[in-house]
Design a protein around this ligand. Sequence first.
Ligand SMILES: C[S@@+](CC[C@H](N)C(=O)[O-])C[C@H]1O[C@@H](n2cnc3c(N)ncnc32)[C@H](O)[C@@H]1O
Length: 282
Amino acid sequence: MQESKDTYIHGTSEEEQKRLSLLNDLLNQSCLKEMKLEGGEKILDVGSGLGQFSRAMAKAVGTKGKVIGIERDVEQLKLANILTEQAQENDLVTFRQGDANHLPLSKEEWGTYDLVHARFVLEHLTHPEKAVAQMVKATKTGGRVIASDDDHAIFRITPEPPGFTTLWEAYMRSYDRLGNDPFIGRRLVSLLYEGGVRNIRNTILFFGDCAGNSTFEAYADNMIGVIAGAGEYMVSQSLIHPYSYQKSMEALQEWKQLPDAALWYGLCWAEGTVERKLNSNS
Ligand SMILES: C[S@@+](CC[C@H](N)C(=O)[O-])C[C@H]1O[C@@H](n2cnc3c(N)ncnc32)[C@H](O)[C@@H]1O
């Protein structure tokens, strides 16, 4: 299997897998609604992580459809299979180990998927255009490609805790230090266009909350977990002083307790169709 050297900054610790799972609980229903699945679709989920969203899509397409999740990391795959087993949903979905830059598809599978999807994946790739090219190649003529991802510049929290701007800037810089783009969300439409997709939609899914709402703690913990997961790297790369890092993380924990704490974030979403000349498969 060919594997890229892209670094996945969040890693696969138990703590991080819990965060990713919680994120899925918060986001999956609104993403599903946005997808407008009709039932019966054959879907490829690229960078499927713990597979929760792959399973949600599989339930939506029903028994006439099919979902295959492609994930590079064995630890993510292991947990994805355990969670699928626990939910007794083994018949719904299949996970394959593979790289977004070299999708592990057989000759017969290329160009046959109704929908090829990647969420929170392109932001971790040094050459997202390579993965988009593979996604397009996997899609059947007339099928859809959907990419949704972060744009870290559109994030706000109030009242802003001391040190937060420095902390968030260091977090964003950790992406470009790894050769990845922290602002990829705003490039999704162009990436799809350059990959040969006819764009049909550009939107954003609200991902935020305020203190007082039952889900606020989960949103706040997700944000804190994302930063904490990159903390060691940020400090080791001198993107932030260890003292500033520690103090601003403590301030975030205090912010979380405020009765008027609020956070705004958006998941950028681009969608298009693949239209080829007859007899062309690439
Ligand atoms: C933030 S998680 C998102 C998982 C899932 N798409 C979701 O929305 O819950 C990103 C996933 O992409 C995987 N990943 C990173 N680079 C990859 C690559 N080059 N090929 C395949 N998967 C990759 C990571 O291992 C991780 O599981």
